[in-house]
Design a protein around this ligand. Structure first.
Ligand code: NAG
Ligand code: NAG
Ligand code: NAG
Length: 130
């Protein structure tokens, strides 16, 4: 009983994530300026201008490889997806698409919502914690 309760409390704590951190695109309360959010598939970077939480704004850039990986052919949170994925394109509003190598050595096409991989901490782009 006690062990189970601890587990539930831990789960609640983990899902609460960092206060003030947010997915910067799909969130209605986004602190980032919509028009400035760009995925560059040549340099494999994500850039955005976001509120610094104190009335100003900051532009920041992060490598897509810092927070996106390849898990058996699927784009997931992780690292260095571009080592084993090709044909990376930015599709629609939020999606990054590419063909990634599976453990068996075949190529599979998949997509990831960049909101799943990144978040905005007062203008500093980091890997999503939730
Ligand atoms: C940002 O732009 C997208 C696509 O045009 C739109 O769906 C979304 O509502 C916009 N978000 C904000 C916060 O303006
Ligand atoms: C953002 O900045 C505000 C004001 O300085 C601060 O209260 C808040 O904790 C910050 N949030 C993050 C995620 O750094
Ligand atoms: C990703 O690549 C960087 C730079 O080459 C390297 O330092 C890091 O260990 C790699 N991470 C993984 C999980 O392979």
């Amino acid at each position: 009983m006690t062990a189970r309760l601890s587990f539930v409390l831990l789960a609640l704590w983990v899902t609460a994530a960092v206060p003030g951190a947010r997915a910067f695109r799909s969130s209605v309360s986004t602190g980032c300026v919509n028009d400035t959010i760009t995925v560059d598939t040549e340099t494999l970077t994500l850039s955005a201008t976001c509120s610094n939480g104190q009335g100003g704004s900051i532009s920041s850039t992060i490598s897509l490889n810092t927070c996106i990986g390849n898990t058996n052919g699927h784009l997931t949170t992780g690292e260095n997806f571009s080592d084993t994925c090709i044909g990376i394109t930015s599709e629609g509003f939020n999606m990054l698409t590419g063909s990634c190598t599976t453990l068996a050595g075949t190529l599979v096409q998949s997509s990831i919502d960049i909101d799943m991989a990144f978040e905005d901490n007062n203008g500093s782009l980091t890997c999503a914690t939730s």
